[in-house]
Design a binder for this molecule. Structure first.
Ligand code: ATP
Ligand code: MG
Length: 661
């Protein structure tokens, strides 16, 4: 018996039970979709607490911060225990926490800023301009491409040269310039006390490698390291785990090689395949029962993934009874008819009492949700979308945070210039001059903020048109600083939005009211924070950083249909799943078909498998037979070639009358 009275044996199958109650040591749980891998990790955490392990000695790495929160919530339902000291979250959020304590060892301060994609691009644009590269008539890579090259090189630990040769051979002539830009980009980040998402991981690793004491400190702290979705770790993440796991630690990783879908971002399936070689004394657990899906759905999923050659063979049997429907394949005349079908069916389901939170529409690429969004809106069906611009990446939210970011990190050039640029009469040139003037002020390099920014800034020469606004900006900044440090985050937002920013918003945006409301929302959100650094980091990390740093995850728990890319749907489940745009050339994607790369096609098929296995009870596979806005120029579309991988008796084709829009 255990202290909590949880009946582990009743709630888990034999393999799960063995893994959950295993003695200290390493463990790998490798099993197919819906077999209870995440559940195993959750119960493992409960079991450890039950055994008297302190929460602070547990590190739980998950694919999204939300997933970690939900797992810990579930744990506390199982066992009443204070879990506030447990570290749980994505690699990015955990690394951020570590760096906030030790960034000074790397030449940063603990108030470093986090750059999002937008910030990275503007930083890089400035560096490209500065470098005065002679592009004559030759094409030079755009900032996004450069950032992808840098990121891939970082995450796969390959040289820039190799990345270019492998993926961007047409930019080979620019190799030297690209390498030079990478160096100046790295330097610029250091000078401005800023890190991008890759740095959070890369620099934590660097820190732990170079500082033995610190490494041992964290090894002693995280006696139990647990990792979900291990198949999608990249080499840096894998190395981070390996370095955190000392001789006395216990590592438990769970994953499914058939669901590895992030190789395009540097994830390496070999991390899970070679786990046993790296941890030879690890116990390996295989779960062969699927608890999620009706047998009809499971059979289809199993058949669909079989076509992949390089999978660890896994048996997956259904534990649930047969359902009321065979997965349906539904060809529709065009994208609008597809949207019409999906929303009509959703309406019917709602009529039958289906919970909105139990319905998801999944697609390969975000733009494929457009018609469905329109149709749901026009029928007043609430939906939430885990994609698109993060809340934080909206211009006005970034504007407001620029003031805060600059106040806490006086070397944050991007935020300073963003602030200055907002004022009438100040363009990039004057902003740059102002920045140079600021660097001349001794306080710009100080660890602590000046009590009055205006003491220095109000002396600066600004264009006449901006003078009054500039003064207002100075006083707004002054308000943010107090004798004790800073105003609370929510007060800072209030000072900014009622100070200089309100006028700016009124003058610059026609949807002033909407933006004002967003800022109100931000303020409310900020009320949960007392520490401004923590608040800023949270804003940047609010997304499911590891999966897709650009994706926004709504915190709303209202009833709503979920619209999501398949990548973002990893690990989740719904009673009803619609998988749309299953036309050949859309899924698998045309670009991948053109490369004729067998490995990429296999990854595409794994993505298809991930999608199918999200469904518990009902699965609808739809595709438009024509595509008016096809970028391949092909107007007619056929069903995905993935449909040829399975016996047609596993699905039922529905013929839907065109609604004639
Ligand atoms: P994925 O590969 O998609 O991440 P997973 O292997 O992590 O899936 P879970 O999400 O943990 O699977 O479990 C799938 C569903 O099955 C959940 O609803 C879970 O509660 C349920 N489940 C798992 N194991 C059991 C069990 N032993 N008894 C009852 N239900 C279970
Ligand atoms: Mg899972």
């Amino acid at each position: 018996g255990t202290a909590s009275g949880i009946d582990y044996q009743a709630e888990l199958n034999d393999q799960q039970y063995a893994a959950v109650t295993s003695r200290p040591g390493h463990a790998l749980v490798i099993a197919g979709a819906g077999s209870g891998k995440t559940r195993t990790l959750t119960y493992r955490v409960a079991f450890l607490l039950d055994q008297g392990v302190a929460a602070k000695n547990i590190l739980l790495l998950t694919f999204t911060n939300k997933a970690s929160r939900e797992m810990v919530e579930r744990v506390t339902e199982l066992i009443p225990h204070d879990t506030s000291e447990l570290w749980g979250g994505t690699f990015h959020s955990i690394c951020n926490r570590i760096l906030r304590r030790h960034a000074d060892e790397l030449g940063f301060t603990r108030s470093f800023s986090i750059l999002d994609t937008d910030d990275q691009k503007s930083l890089l644009k400035a560096l490209i301009a500065e470098a005065k590269i002679d592009t004559k008539n030759r094409r030079f890579p755009k900032p996004d491409v450069l950032l992808t090259i840098f990121s891939l090189s970082e995450n796969t630990k390959s040289s820039v040269r190799d990345i270019i040769q492998e993926s961007y051979p047409y930019f080979e002539e620019w190799e030297e310039e690209i390498k030079q830009l990478q160096r100046s980009y790295v330097k610029k980040k250091l000078d401005t006390n800023s890190m991008d998402f890759d740095d959070l991981l890369g620099l934590t690793l660097k820190l732990l490698k170079k500082d033995e004491d610190l490494r041992e400190l964290y090894q002693r702290k995280f006696r139990y390291v647990l990792v979900d979705e291990y198949q999608d770790t990249n080499s840096i993440q894998c190395e981070l785990i390996d370095i955190l796991v000392g001789p006395k630690n216990s590592l438990m990783v769970v994953g499914d090689d058939a669901q590895s879908i992030y190789s395009w971002r540097g994830a390496d399936m070999n991390n899970i395949l070679s786990f046993h070689a790296r941890y030879p004394d690890a116990n390996v657990y295989k779960i062969e029962t699927n608890y999620r899906s009706r047998p009809e759905i499971l059979e289809l999923s199993n058949a669909a993934i079989k076509a992949n050659g390089s999978q660890i063979p896994k048996e997956l049997r259904a534990s649930r009874d047969k359902g009321s429907m065979v997965p349906a394949v539904i060809p529709l005349t065009d994208p609008r008819a597809q949207a019409d079908f999906v929303t009509q069916r959703i309406e019917d389901l709602i009529g039958e009492g289906m919970d909105l939170n139990e319905i998801a529409v999944l697609y390969r690429a975000h733009y494929q949700s457009m018609e469905i969004q329109m149709e749901l809106t026009s029928r007043d069906i609430p939906f939430q979308i885990t994609s698109g611009l993060r809340f934080f990446e909206q211009a006005h939210i970034k504007d407001v945070s620029a003031f805060i970011r600059f106040a806490v990190n006086r070397r944050d050039e991007i935020s300073f210039k963003r602030m200055a640029n907002m004022l009438p009469g100040i363009g990039p040139k004057s902003a740059d001059n102002l920045w140079k003037a600021w660097l001349e002020c001794p306080v710009s390099q100080h660890e602590d903020p000046p009590l009055a920014f205006s003491e220095y800034l109000s002396e600066f020469k600004v264009p006449k048109k901006a003078a009054a606004h500039w003064e207002q900006l100075c006083y707004t900044l002054d308000e943010l600083v107090t004798r004790e440090g800073f105003q609370a985050p929510s007060e800072m937002i209030l000072s900014i939005s009622e100070g200089v920013y309100d006028d700016y918003m009124r003058e610059s945006f026609d949807n002033y009211e909407q933006r004002k409301q967003d800022i109100q929302q931000l303020m409310q959100y900020a009320q949960g924070y007392t520490d401004v650094n923590e608040f800023l980091a949270q804003l940047s990390l609010m997304s499911s950083a590891d999966g897709d740093p650009k994706a926004k995850q709504e915190e709303k728990s209202e009833e709503a249909v979920t619209l999501s890319s398949i990548h973002q749907a990893k690990g989740l489940e719904w009673k009803v799943v619609f998988l749309v745009w299953l036309a050949d050339g859309m899924f698998p994607n045309q670009r991948i078909l053109e490369t004729e790369d067998a490995q990429q096609l296999e990854e595409e098929r794994r993505l298809f498998y991930v999608a199918l296995t999200r469904a518990k009870d009902e699965l609808y596979l739809t595709y438009p037979t024509t595509n008016p806005r096809s970028y391949t120029g092909e107007y007619m579309q056929t069903a995905s070639r993935f449909f040829e991988d399975f016996d047609q008796s596993l699905v039922e084709e529905w013929q839907i009358e065109s609604t004639g829009w």
